[in-house]
Design a protein around this ligand. Structure first.
Ligand code: ADP
Length: 317
């Protein structure tokens, strides 16, 4: 296992062959491919708070994954998306900032304490080719739950400034559900490339999406797209496709807000089991149709980044 260093040529790893076969358009973006910015949506004024002073010059895209409420599969999507990008040859980090339910250690099958380097930097753990940091590595889940604003704020800043992320194409940041302190701390600490919003198709989840969209607009963070999870179920016996919840809710909401719709993920027992056993479906079964759905979303995300020409916003303000 190795991570890309400056000037290295990225060559897809073995798993990427299968991902690339399924999604030939899934590719890694490099700085030279980025041109002028074309916002995805009517641009909200980008209010960069003054504390935004952590520089991560070696991380190209810093992408928050959010949801209006818990249980919609935000962490599952963040994890499988990260692995899809890594399978295509990108260097990827995953930062679990979901203080109220840091489930990524379980989903990635890792429960260790990260070590510290002689330079006093925290060395992220590595699993499925992803560099990982989680609040769950630092404290037991029940303690993280009771963290309040200032503690969360300093944990987030520490994850960004004291962790030796190295050179990454993508840092995927799993936020807690809802609109709260962590999103604020994050946007105060670094300029995010943008946010992804995960939802399920039904109305109640979509009302929460509206709040999420409004929060990111207020914080001046571009919304890169909406991902609809648990969109449909394909019967493993007869292959019949059933839209258990409301059909196309996420898609319709995307259209209403003028936000890109990045795709649908099926409701599937294997997706759930894979998370429980610590080998996300995209890592364990990269050629499955479910992994194909995650790969398609990753490909769409790459296209959005490419088309938006989002510049690396790495300047210290
Ligand atoms: P959140 O981060 O939004 O709270 P999680 O990613 O932790 O949600 O998912 C909640 C539960 O739903 C987990 O048990 C997870 O395995 C399951 N889950 C998420 N997405 C799917 C899916 N597409 N199909 C089946 N189960 C899923």
């Amino acid at each position: 296992m190795r991570f890309l260093k400056k000037g290295d040529k990225k060559t897809p790893k073995s798993a990427s062959d299968t991902a690339a076969k399924a999604h030939p358009d899934l590719k890694v973006i490099t700085g030279s491919q980025i041109s002028g910015r074309q916002p995805q949506q009517p641009a909200a004024p980008r209010q960069q708070p003054q504390q935004q002073n952590i520089t991560l010059p070696n991380i190209k895209y810093k992408i928050a994954v959010a949801s209006g409420k818990g249980g919609v599969g935000k962490s599952t999507v963040a994890t499988n998306l990260a692995i899809s990008l890594a399978n295509a040859g990108a260097a990827v980090g995953l930062m679990d900032a979901d203080a109220y339910g840091p489930s990524i250690p379980t989903m990635m099958g890792i429960q260790e304490q990260p070590k510290t380097s002689p330079e006093r930097k925290i060395i992220p753990l590595v699993r499925h080719d992803i560099k990982l940091m989680s609040i769950g590595f630092m404290v037991p889940e029940e303690q993280a739950m009771i963290w309040r604003g200032p503690m969360l704020h300093s944990a987030i800043r520490q994850f960004l400034s004291d962790v030796d992320w190295g050179e990454l194409d993508y840092l995927i940041i799993d936020l807690p559900p809802g609109t709260g302190d962590v999103a604020l701390s994050l946007t105060q600490a670094i300029p995010l490339t943008g946010a992804l919003i995960v939802t399920t198709p039904q109305d109640v989840a979509l009302a929460d999406v509206r709040r999420g969209v409004a929060m990111f607009e207020r914080l001046g963070v571009p919304i890169l797209g909406i991902i609809e999870n648990m969109s449909y179920f394909v019967c493993p016996h007869c292959n019949e496709k059933t839209e258990i919840f409301r059909a196309d809710g996420g898609k319709n909401t995307s259209e209403r807000f003028g936000v890109t719709f990045l795709g649908q993920i099926p409701l599937d027992a294997e997706v759930c089991t894979a998370g429980d056993i610590g080998v996300p479906i995209v890592a364990g079964h990269p050629e499955s149709p479910q992994s194909g759905a995650f790969g398609a979303v990753a490909a769409e995300l790459v296209t959005v980044l490419e088309e938006s020409g989002e510049e690396d916003e790495l300047t210290i303000l």
